[in-house]
Design a protein around this ligand. Sequence first.
Ligand code: PLP
Length: 413
Amino acid sequence: MAGGVNSNFRLNISPTPLVFERGEGPYLYDVDGNKLIDYYLGMGPMILGHNPAALTAAVKTQIDSGILFAGQTAVEAEAARLVCEMVPSAERMRFGSSGSEVDQAALRVARAATGRQKVIKFEGHYHGWFDNVLWSTAPGLDAAGPYEAPKAVAGSKGQLADTAETLVVLPWNDLDLLEARLAKGDIAAVIMEAAMCNAGAVHPAAGYLEGVREACTRHGTILVFDEVITGFRLAPGGAQERFGVSPDLSTFGKAIANGFPVAAIAGRADLLDLFSTGGVVHGGTYNSQPIAMAATVATLKALQPSLYAGIDKTGTRLMSGMREIFQRAGVKASVEGFPQVFHVAFGLEEPATNYRDLARMDKQAYVAFTTALLRRGVRALERGAWFMSSEHDDAVIGQTLDVVEDAVRQIKA
Ligand code: PLP
């Protein structure tokens, strides 16, 4: 395996790529016999924790009926019904296999519906690893250009340079700049994480999402919420439910199936119907694979309001406990976001409002911190994100806070 891993996002993490044997509830067990409290949670999907019994039972039952049919199944219809019931803007939907793919589907539909080519994306927002969107996801500030007109900075060597011509990069959370660009009337879609959760965990400014919604409608632009992280995590209906703003299209992945490779695009019926009657192509051999659909149904049925209320309590305790520890130790750090997914940024005192604020965090010091946590049995993402599950109970949070206190002592020493 190139680099010993199968995703670049598992490469070069500190102190070394780990090899795991099994997961159970909030814990991971590696091949060296270490038991780790896990806040990676598969990079977001495992909102029910590792190996939830109802999900594994559903998957075991489904596998006895066959693996792949290239046709429709009752289990995918049930999964689709649950998505449409839970997601406020979902009049129609389609399943896919990864967040990257369904983001591509959304942009293709938006271009077909509007007859326009250009898409607005925001600095620091990640919409998958394909050429036309892997721009300005984590640019160095020296290369990023002026705040008002950020440069499109390529995320990878070998990326098709032409794709930047159909992309406009803007700072997120700034309605005036967005308004001014939309007014030219040539934008097919605005795509954004409605709460910025990949690079950090940043809330939309008061009135921002409502303003974006209204401006997109006025200028004939399709509004796409990329809910690959926020979907089924911030609320049963994702960020759009939490903030009460309805996109035209939204995309899902990660928590939709608690670790199975499932994604979805949902939204206005007239837009989704372009796949069936409007000549817009969307495919995928593994879309709605029955075993993954059984996992989706089991996950979505488990995502009751009480589960979010539980994580509200435990996540809030973890966030405030960490703030207190950093404050007592004199470590300058912001702990911001949501109880279900939050972000720790060393070197920041004020909550970040956009990517440029986040980019000023002290990454090196933070990696020293996560390395110290790992050596004490807590695994948290080196980029600052902490994902919570329903299995991280009060006892686990208490143990985590003890480890955080000890790790902070070490990095201060
Ligand atoms: N969109 C967002 C907001 C994401 O965080 C990710 C993955 O981290 C993606 C899209 C891409 O999803 P996938 O890795 O399933 O292709």
